[in-house]
Design a protein. Structure first.
Ligand SMILES: C[S@@+](CC[C@H](N)C(=O)[O-])C[C@H]1O[C@@H](n2cnc3c(N)ncnc32)[C@H](O)[C@@H]1O
Length: 181
């Protein structure tokens, strides 16, 4: 399995800062409506932690967790979070460090298309969510969308699907999938 190396992680951090601010703000607004005060939220495949940084500023009441397969990404995420007490760990989505039923909302952006074993990943996401907890996935609309949808349906049943438009792209290139444990 390939992970983001050091140079790739630094390059992605720069590009994410430049291009994806509106996506993180949109996801953070969705997190607002999906969570109550002091909820526990985990960002799966957090990369350089830009979504967590946005959430840390906007929702200081949340307990924020993040995991990523790449230790370089986790190192950059620590720097970007600038002292915020988010709990970050190097982990694979198929083997998460979180206890059963401990998470109110699991969110993931632009990562799921990279997960090789979607059945194992969705099983693990279901395990960490409390009953009634929410899953919100944002990923490229034209990369593996059918496979992603199918894996989510198999594990979670009903999946609500929508799209997200980035201001600098004429087409809605991001798909959003929501499900409940
Ligand atoms: C394109 S980046 C997206 C990062 C961030 N979520 C964002 O929206 O900017 C994809 C991230 O998913 C991580 N990733 C890929 N496969 C993973 C897996 N099996 N478990 C955990 N993280 C994974 C990569 O290391 C990378 O940091």
């Amino acid at each position: 399995m390939t992970t983001f190396g050091y140079a790739q992680s630094v390059g992605y951090d720069r590009r994410a800062t430049r291009l994806l601010g509106s996506l993180y703000r949109r996801i953070a607004a969705d997190v607002d409506t999906a969570t109550t005060h002091a909820a526990t939220v985990v960002d799966i495949g957090t990369g350089p932690g830009k979504l967590l940084s946005t959430l840390a500023t906007r929702r200081p009441d949340l307990r924020l967790l993040g995991i990523d397969l790449s230790p370089h990404m986790i190192e950059i995420a620590h720097r970007n979070l600038d002292g915020h007490p988010a709990e970050l760990a190097v982990a694979d989505v198929t083997d998460l460090p979180h206890p059963d039923a401990s998470i109110d909302l699991a969110v993931s952006s632009l990562s799921m298309h990279e997960w090789p074993d979607l059945a194992a990943a969705t099983r693990e996401l279901h395990r960490i969510l409390r009953p009634g907890g929410a899953l919100a996935i944002y990923d490229f609309r034209f990369t593996g969308a059918k496979t992603i949808q199918q894996a989510l349906r198999t594990q979670f049943g009903t999946v609500d699907t929508g799209t997200v438009r980035l201001p600098w792209h004429p087409a809605a290139v991001i798909a959003r999938y929501r499900a409940t444990a």
